[in-house]
Design a binder for this molecule. Structure first.
Ligand SMILES: Cc1cc2nc3c(=O)[nH]c(=O)nc-3n(C[C@H](O)[C@H](O)[C@H](O)COP(=O)(O)OP(=O)(O)OC[C@H]3O[C@@H](n4cnc5c(N)ncnc54)[C@H](O)[C@@H]3O)c2cc1C
Length: 369
């Protein structure tokens, strides 16, 4: 049996970034069910960082993370939030919420938005205005995962793949963790199992906190030959609708911002959601989607209040929740891993989080009990 200080379950962005931080304080092993890190949500995201998220807490965590989101894992790329007919109020609200964190964001007219993305339909009030954020970031999920994996290794930590945690029990003041080929004894277990977070807790007899996986669908398609979309911003409706972003010169990635209830699983795109993605883009633009180049789906996992969770379970000693990263887990991972480092080692609360008024209580699983 391997003896470690921290055993992290799940090699997505949450687990790997936390593991790399914790390896500065003690021995760390990461166990991942699949044959490679990032197989589930972390490898299927749209990989963009911006402030237009549902809650002030997520915006604050994003603000604390932005300085860490730099080359090679992140590149500055503009984001544009568009208001379609009927979304005037929502556009005002988003502008307001941006003020605190990103004062550089500018309100622009529908015509100006169309100069930036000429395919947008602006006739008959189809587009009521937009916000332009020139400081947003395009993320590289693979580079982020690989960077943390290397840091973990350099700090003496290990990662096992094809290592699904199948047994979890408290023995004395430690946890015993079983995988098919290896068992571990750990001072603390970090549950970073994404969509499976409640299932992993159940393995150890720990009460669930209500993590809900919601499926989200992505398509890619080619734009007409000769049209170079590589400088188009990440373009997202302020309310329900869609977003798209360039994938190189001649291809766009689009998402209908669907939220289909799902069991934790290897999510696959539903035809209905694929069609919805294409339809919403065609409705709002002059683009015609003749052929879908690729499609996939992933699970975004939410706590009941849609806020992220990091902290020891109030009634299961040594059991640490790192869950509910929703649709913001990549962009908030730098701040969340600082929080995990402080909470799991009972260290000082990071200045980066104090500066944006994020507290341990806001992240604690105790709020969900
Ligand atoms: C379509 C889509 C678009 C998105 N766009 C963005 C975006 O633009 N920006 C952004 O910041 N976020 C985005 N997200 C959200 C982001 O991808 C997630 O918040 C983030 O990846 C969650 O990371 P995680 O590590 O918690 O989960 P995961 O990456 O799912 O990792 C959990 C890991 O735990 C493993 N596991 C589960 N059970 C066990 C077990 N018993 N034993 C061992 N291992 C186990 C799984 O195999 C998995 O690898 C998007 C998500 C989707 C689906």
């Amino acid at each position: 049996m391997d003896r470690v200080d921290f055993l992290v379950i799940g090699a997505g962005i949450a687990g790997l970034s936390a593991a790399a931080h914790l390896a500065q304080h003690g021995s760390v092993a990461v166990c991942e069910s699949e044959s490679a890190p990032g197989f589930h949500s972390s490898g299927r995201s749209a990989a963009f960082a911006h402030f237009d998220m549902d809650s002030a807490l997520v915006r604050a965590l994003t603000a604390a993370s932005m300085p860490f989101l730099e080359e090679p894992a992140a590149k500055r790329h503009p984001a544009m939030f568009i208001g379609l007919a009927g979304q005037e109020r929502k556009l005002d609200e988003v502008e307001q919420s941006y003020r605190a964190w990103a004062p550089h964001v500018r309100r622009i007219t529908a015509e100006k938005a169309r100069e930036i993305v000429p395919a947008l339909n602006t006739g008959n009030g189809a587009l009521v205005g937009a916000l332009l954020d020139t400081e947003a970031r395009k993320l590289d999920a693979h580079a982020m995962l690989e960077g943390h994996r290397r840091l973990l290794r350099d700090r003496g930590g290990t990662m096992a793949v094809d290592a699904k945690v199948t047994g979890l029990r408290r023995e004395g003041d430690r946890w015993t963790i079983d995988t098919p080929s290896q068992s571990y004894s750990a001072g603390a277990v970090i549950n970073a199992a994404g969509a499976w977070a409640d299932k992993v807790a159940a393995l150890g007899g720990v009460a669930p906190i209500g993590i809900r996986p919601l499926r989200r669908t992505v398509i890619t398609f080619d734009v007409p030959e000769g049209l170079d979309v590589s400088s188009w911003p990440f373009t997202k409706t302020v309310g329900s609708g869609f977003y798209f972003e360039p994938e190189g010169r001649g291809r766009l990635l689009a998402c209908p911002m669907d939220e289909g209830a799902s069991e934790p699983c290897d999510a696959q795109p539903e035809e209905e959601d694929v069609a919805l993605a294409a339809w919403r883009v065609e409705e709002a633009t002059t683009l015609e989607i003749r052929r879908i180049a690729s499609k996939w789906a992933g699970l975004r996992s939410f706590a009941p209040d849609r806020l992220p969770v990091a902290g020891f379970d109030p009634s299961a000693p040594g059991f640490f929740w790192l869950a509910g990263q929703g649709g913001f887990g990549l962009q908030t991972s730098p701040a969340m891993s600082l929080a995990v480092e402080a909470l799991a080692t009972r260290g000082d609360w990071p200045d980066e989080l104090s500066a944006v008024a994020v507290t341990a209580e806001q992240l604690s699983p105790a709020r969900l009990r």
